[in-house]
Write a protein that binds this ligand. Structure first.
Ligand code: ATP
Ligand code: SF4
Ligand code: MG
Length: 333
């Protein structure tokens, strides 16, 4: 599949100089056209920082300290989002990517009708459309997310939580973006709602052909719906694989730990144990593999050398990568 967004050697700091802490470290990750890529990891692993960094929406004191983000517009030359001037960046954000922030479930404006809010977005970003064309677009999008015409003139409080959620997806898709980024679109605890959102996105992307980066710390959700999954720990991607393979045969001990934190979806029962210890502190990142203080398999090399993310020698499958020093998982040179 063709790439739509290539994140390369991406680094983000909070603060400057001596005060700086690095929250995203050397991240290289590709989103392909039409795929749903899941990003999972415990709280503080850098998922939101990465998402806001690549769209250049990082609030201060966040600073992008290196890397590139190559966007491939359909049928046009790729370009680096990091090199865009402000005006171009605004255009990119709206027309090409749409990001739904963490906990944005209640971000609909309570004093305006759903239809008004959607029409405002269309008017602001596609001023060339005539008013009837805008209405048609808004109707079409609401219908697509399962909001019938008679609910269009409702105010957000008149809709159920599930419907507000669908409106929110509709808002994210109304400008027909190439990329949709959803960062824990409901409260983190509301996994039932996240599941509904993700199921709906998966269905819609078949029809609308956009790509999705879905961020959650609920890995079971991603195993079920995402095409591929990337696992983040201490600001780095530590494993990347197709969902089914990650589930059956994860290679990074941290991924194994996350998978043991929820009951088996199918097949034999697994022992539920979770991961002992807590995520690393940015101010005192462990040496070598950041996971080593919690890793049941750690050995000498783990505390001295940072494992590089690459195709594991034992699998020799270009579609997966892992960053771990265990035999067979060390990348092919
Ligand atoms: P969660 O699952 O809780 O949303 P996350 O994976 O999205 O976590 P981030 O919010 O990206 O994690 O945070 C990554 C790291 O950056 C954390 O250690 C966090 O404390 C730190 N961080 C985030 N925002 C700031 C800030 N404004 N100033 C300083 N440090 C920050
Ligand atoms: Fe565990 Fe070592 Fe692999 Fe890190 S490199 S995950 S500490 S075995
Ligand atoms: Mg977050």
């Amino acid at each position: 599949k063709a790439p739509v967004l290539e994140i390369r050697d991406f680094n983000v700091d909070y603060g400057l100089g001596d005060q700086a802490v690095r929250a995203v470290r050397d991240v290289t990750l590709t989103l392909h056209r039409g795929e749903v890529l899941g990003l999972a990891g415990e709280s503080g692993s850098g998922k939101s920082t990465l998402a806001y960094g690549v769209t250049r929406l990082l609030p201060p004191p966040g600073v992008i300290s290196g890397g590139s983000v190559i966007y491939h517009p359909p049928g046009d030359q790729p370009y680096d989002v990091m090199g865009l001037a402000d005006a171009e960046l605004r255009a990119f954000r709206w027309a090409e990517t749409s990001i739904v922030f963490q906990g944005a479930m209640n971000s609909l404006n309570p004093v305006h009708k759903v239809s008004t809010q959607m029409l405002d977005v269309i008017r602001a970003h596609e001023p060339q459309l005539t008013p009837p064309a805008r209405v048609a677009r808004a109707k079409e999008m609401l219908k697509l997310v399962g909001i019938s015409a008679d609910r269009m003139d409702a105010y957000p409080h008149q809709l159920s939580g599930g419907m507000r959620q669908r409106v929110m997806i509709g808002m994210a898709l109304v400008l027909e973006p190439q990329i949709v980024i959803m960062d824990e679109p409901t409260t983190a605890l509301d996994v039932v709602m996240q599941r509904q959102i993700l199921a709906q996105l998966v269905e819609l992307r078949e029809r609308l052909d956009f790509s999705v980066l879905f961020i959650t710390h609920d890995l079971s959700l991603l195993v079920e719906f995402a095409d591929r999954i990337a696992i983040m720990y201490g600001g780095r991607i530590v494993e990347e694989a197709r969902s089914a393979e990650l589930y059956k045969d994860s290679l990074h001990p941290y991924s194994e730990g996350l998978l043991r934190s929820f009951p088996a979806l199918r097949g034999p029962r697994r022992e539920l144990s979770g991961i002992p210890g807590s995520p690393p502190d940015l101010r005192g990142m462990p040496s070598g593999c950041a996971f080593h203080p919690r890793c049941p398999h750690a050995f000498d090399r783990c505390s001295t050398e940072i494992p590089v993310l690459g195709v594991p020698a034992a699998r020799n499958d270009p579609n997966r990568s892992v960053a771990c020093w265990l035999p067979g998982r060390v990348p092919v040179a």
